[in-house]
Design a protein around this ligand. Sequence first.
Ligand code: HEC
Length: 164
Amino acid sequence: MSDKQFVNTLKMIVGVLVGSTVAVLALANALISDADYSRSTIIQEDIEDRIKPVGSVHVVNGAKVAGNTSEASASHTNDAAEPTGLSLEQLYNQACAACHMSGVLNAPKLGDKAGWESRIAKGVDQLYANAINGIGVMPPKGGRVDFSDDSIKKIVDYMLQSAQ
Ligand code: HEC
């Protein structure tokens, strides 16, 4: 074998070695980053799931609706129809309790005499109108525009009775 042939053969061998090393590195890199990606995505989702707030405010057609994360998105959609055959208490629970039970956003609480007194002073018709059209941060009908005006009035009566 001449020197020239030897050098050429050596070059070829080194070339093949370098080439396959690069190929193995590239493959390993692709596998590792793929695995890392899916693992970190799962961990991220896991963390987000664990630290998500218990309740949230959903915006439905510009109306804020507070409630449990899953319930709110399931039940406060625009095409929801007013449920039939429910008692006033059940209607109140569905549409108003999210705010008026806890007093969130300064909503007057059910049964809170003092909280309702100043409002009752406006006259019941004004309270009906405000409940139907919305007042301050309370959206029209508490976000349940599928409820009839009549039902809203009856629920307001129910709320006022609780504060007698
Ligand atoms: C998103 C939270 C929220 C929901 C849901 C909600 N309210 Fe309210 N409501 C409020 C807040 C906040 C106020 C106080 C607003 C203010 O005085 O600025 C209020 C006030 C009222 C008032 C007093 C209005 C006045 O003139 O003083 C009535 C009556 C009322 N709500 C009825 C209802 C009824 C009936 C429902 C269910 C159909 C309902 N609300 C659902 C937040 C809510």
